[in-house]
Design a protein around this ligand. Sequence first.
Ligand code: FE2
Ligand code: FE2
Length: 253
Amino acid sequence: MPVLAHLSDIHLGQDHDGDAGARAAARAERVMTYLEQLPGPIDAVLVTGDIADHGLAAEYAEAARILASDRHPVLACPGNHDDRAAFRRDLLGEEASTGPVDRLHELPRLTVLLCDSGIPGRNEGAFGDDTLAWLDAALSRARRDVPAVVAFHHPPVALHSPIPDGIRLRDEQRLAAVVRCHPQVKAVFCGHAHTGAVTRFAGLPLAVAPGVVSTGTLPWEGGSGLAFDHPPMIAFHVLDDDGRLTTHHRVVV
Ligand SMILES: [Fe+2]
Ligand SMILES: [Fe+2]
């Protein structure tokens, strides 16, 4: 059974009370240390965007150091705070270019499709024509007998959390139409909302990662919409042999 760790929204470089990003880096390091020290193996670590707070080269250099692992593949996609060219050059070590960062990872027991749901210069998201066509083609070529999951930053449905709901994925029905054509897709994973949430999309389970740098608060919890006094949290996703998803949430102390 494939097991994934899922973290999101580490926002490296985010200034908190004048700390120049020290708090964000320390929280991301805590999470990665926790995963590095797990007694048992996992298949991969997913990081669903907002890796750098300002899309700066130095923030990606820090991300490359913090997210590096000798134990598991660490698979990342960009979010609305990320910069495609710097993400490619300074995190992935590739040629800088501004096209969408879409990646297929064929792990031994799982196919992971990481998609770029960003719109440069905007906080809301959408699958552009290039990314939708890439996803459809990648799923058509991918192994049919191995389960697949699709991960990206912007949740494609409302989560009843007003701030992220206002900047969620647009035109989600176009994505749903593609995903529905490929029955090996068993789950969809997102970030952006900084709140561990489970719902459904395109007939599939959709799990939103909790935030590492902060936690999105819900209307009935009060506050300004983001809480900085919650600990970092992550999710573990387990896919049964019959394709059923189980998600566990963990506070990282
Ligand atoms: Fe974020
Ligand atoms: Fe975001």
